[in-house]
Design a protein around this ligand. Structure first.
Ligand code: TRP
Length: 342
């Protein structure tokens, strides 16, 4: 069975973007793949995290994985720092990746901001650790949101350079799996920006643990425009929203995309249903749908977060199983590199 690996950072406030863009896809994929789902705490500390918050957020992501329906028996759920192979392989990759490659990474530029001199060196080599995450298990498929494509391309380049340098075919070719109708969930306040935990206004996002009244308020207040809702005629031949149309009405297409994703329906279907309607009536439907989809999951997340022992036991079991896969792979890498081992 093909192996997939993916990770979510424990940096707080999991929202609809994390759910629709990533976590929900993990659940569907466990049918056909051996799934390894990681809470990437080592990636999180590339930017300062309060230790107590980091622990809480690590449990929160784990709770989200479980509440969303990832089966911890069938798949592996664990936090990255429990498996030393991630850090060990990342060091090898620090010596494979060229500085020029890292200098092209847009996420580093975004996250480092203006004061680049003050960014951690961990943030700079973040993509090497991400490549190590995947390749420590020789995973071939990686479900991620659009924004991670560049990192995955780099991971492929790293695997290929390692194979070339050491004249081996050791690492597999990594395939990104960018899935779903709403791979880019945008802010409820500004349809041109991604829904994000770092946006100051909580009204810009629907959190996975929001209560029904919060969801209702956020959807009601979500930015919209003055026109009636578009019909399926706007879609191009591939059934997608053309870029010009999206740029003209980013909020409308964001909300419609969220509706399609949450209802598991094609966008063309949703456009047919709401064509010519006002935002107000559509927003009521969207609220009901979001409450129905997220309500039980949010409640289960809260229940799990109130029971840290259960969550920690899942991570411990997952960590052991992950180590059992990664350790022999790392041994082979060390041998290929020429490290003397006892
Ligand atoms: N960089 C990813 C993100 O911020 C998280 C991540 C870390 C990841 N390691 C990974 C995703 C390996 C896929 C595979 O979303």
């Amino acid at each position: 069975m093909k192996r997939i690996f993916s990770g979510v950072q424990p940096t707080g406030n999991l929202h609809l973007g994390n759910y629709l863009g990533a976590i929900r896809n993990f659940v569907a994929l466990q049918e056909d793949y051996e799934g390894i789902y990681c809470v990437v705490d080592m990636h999180a500390i590339t930017i300062w995290q309060e230790p107590e918050e980091l622990r809480r957020h690590t449990r929160e992501v784990t709770a989200a994985y479980l509440a969303a329906g990832i089966d911890p028996k069938r798949s592996i759920i664990f936090n990255q720092s429990q498996v030393a192979a991630h850090a060990e392989l990342a060091w090898i990759f620090n010596c494979v990746t060229r500085l020029g490659w890292l200098n092209r990474m847009t996420q580093f530029k975004d996250k480092a901001g203006k004061n680049r001199e003050n960014a951690s060196s961990g943030l700079y080599v973040y993509p090497n650790l991400m490549a190590a995450d995947i390749l420590a298990y020789k995973a071939t498929h990686v479900p991620v949101g659009e924004d991670q494509k560049q990192h995955l391309e780099l991971a492929r380049d790293i695997a290929q350079k390692f194979n070339n340098d050491f004249k081996t075919e050791f690492f597999p070719i990594i395939e990104p799996l960018i899935l779903g109708t709403a791979t880019r969930v945008m802010s409820l306040r500004d349809g041109a920006r991604k829904m994000s935990k770092s946006e100051p206004s909580d009204m810009s996002r629907i959190n996975m643990t929001d209560e029904a009244d919060q969801i209702a308020q956020k959807v009601r207040k979500a930015k919209s425009d003055m026109e009636l809702l578009p019909g399926p005629g706007v879609l191009n031949e591939a059934g997608r929203v053309p870029e010009e149309a999206r740029e003209a009405r980013p909020e409308a297409f964001n909300l419609l995309g969220i509706y399609a994703a949450l209802s598991n329906r094609a966008l063309s279907d949703v456009l047919t249903e709401f064509e010519g309607q006002q935002f107000s009536s559509f927003k009521k439907e969207l609220t009901d749908l979001a409450v129905e989809a997220l309500g039980p999951m949010g409640a289960e997340m809260k229940r799990l977060m109130a029971d840290p022992a259960q969550v920690d036991a899942v991570l411990k079991d997952g960590g052991e199983r992950a180590r059992a896969i990664a350790a022999p792979i790392l041994e082979e890498v060390y041998d290929i590199v020429g490290f003397l081992r006892p």
